[in-house]
Design a protein around this ligand. Structure first.
Ligand SMILES: Nc1ncnc2c1ncn2[C@@H]1O[C@H](COP(=O)(O)OP(=O)(O)OP(=O)(O)O)[C@@H](O)[C@H]1O
Length: 307
């Protein structure tokens, strides 16, 4: 049974659909990513999973429970990341951990958690004095202090410098290694590509695609580029007939083809069959950013956030 099961979820604000028929399941032990441009409906979706919003229609189950009707029970299996504004600046790290542990009937021991998250030297530091990365680590600790089966992390690394972001990625991998399922909302392509087992790309309130990062990349058209200088010209008709071919460019003797993995395989076969050597052969792979562009008609949302 999936830990999270969302079927045809719908939610409108003032008659405008923010989530318009979203379905996905998350299996135990997965890092499942929700990726999409600004305003795509990501936060509304996860807030319905957390039971913080009541769906207009559709079905949401977390460990078989309805997050609205069984809210109390759901908070015992699902750890949600707090929003920044929810912690008092004057609260120390230790006070925050003790306070949030007290909300749960069977909390995790916060001491090893604080140790694992590198918070021990900061236990007496007030929240307001922590760095961005330290605050994020505290938010992760607070989300985990109830010893949940699932943790929801929404835009966890936005605003962090690259070093702190990478440290946070390591923490997310550690969380999963400890058996916790992770639902991760992110703007960052690199983050999604590196961490997630599967990703739902959400655009305009709908799931535009749901696949592994590699699967999403494979779907992107024309984003695999192969370039080479042939020892003799190739037959133009045969080049134009290559499967998956999106474009051909000639610059001097250099040929650049864009297409799919299938195009690359076929051009290599064509070269061999024609007894032509490809000098300075280069193949560049599509990235998740290319796949995202194909799916949503926009480039990766990373820039929108930092703009
Ligand atoms: N409380 C609300 N009242 C009215 N409209 C809302 C409310 N919350 C969200 N919306 C709108 O619903 C749409 C989806 O918003 P949501 O926050 O779910 O998207 P998102 O993908 O998380 O966006 P972002 O990446 O910018 O956080 C947006 O058009 C947003 O303006």
């Amino acid at each position: 049974m999936p830990v999270i099961d969302v079927t045809d979820l719908r939610k409108s604000y003032g008659g405008r659909p923010a989530v318009d028929g979203v379905s996905f399941t998350v299996e135990e032990g997965e890092i499942f990513g929700i990726l999409g441009p600004n305003g795509a409906g990501k936060t509304t979706t996860v807030e319905c999973v957390e039971g913080l919003r009541v769906p207009d229609a559709g079905r949401v189950r977390v460990a078989g429970l309805d997050p609205v009707a069984d809210h109390e029970k759901v908070t015992r299996v699902l750890g949600a990341q707090l929003q920044r504004s929810e912690l008092q600046d004057r609260l120390t790290v230790r006070e925050a951990l003790e306070l949030y542990a007290s909300f749960h009937p069977r909390p995790a021991d916060w001491r090893p958690l604080a140790e694992r998250l590198g918070l021990v030297p900061k236990l007496t530091t007030r929240f307001g004095k922590l760095s961005g990365g330290q605050k994020q680590r505290l938010f992760i600790a607070l989300a985990l202090v109830g010893d949940p089966r699932v943790v929801v992390l929404d835009e966890l690394t936005t605003g962090l410098d690259p070093r702190a972001r990478r440290d946070t990625w390591q923490l997310i991998e550690d969380i999963r290694a400890n058996g916790v399922t992770v639902l991760l909302v992110t703007h960052f392509m690199e983050e999604a590509q590196r961490l997630c087992d599967r990703i739902a790309v959400i655009d305009k309130g709908r799931v535009a695609a749901l696949d592994t990062p590699a699967g999403l990349i494979r779907r992107s058209t024309g984003a695999t580029v192969i370039s080479f200088t042939p020892s003799a010209p190739l037959d133009e008709d045969e080049v134009n007939a290559l499967p998956g071919l999106v474009s051909v460019e000639h610059r001097g003797r250099r040929v650049t083809l864009s297409g799919t993995d299938e195009t690359v395989d076929a051009v290599i076969t064509l070269l061999a069959r024609s007894h032509v050597t490809a000098h300075q052969l280069r193949v560049t792979d599509a990235t998740l950013d290319d796949a995202f562009l194909d799916l949503t008609g926009r480039s990766g949302p990373d820039e929108e956030v930092t703009a």
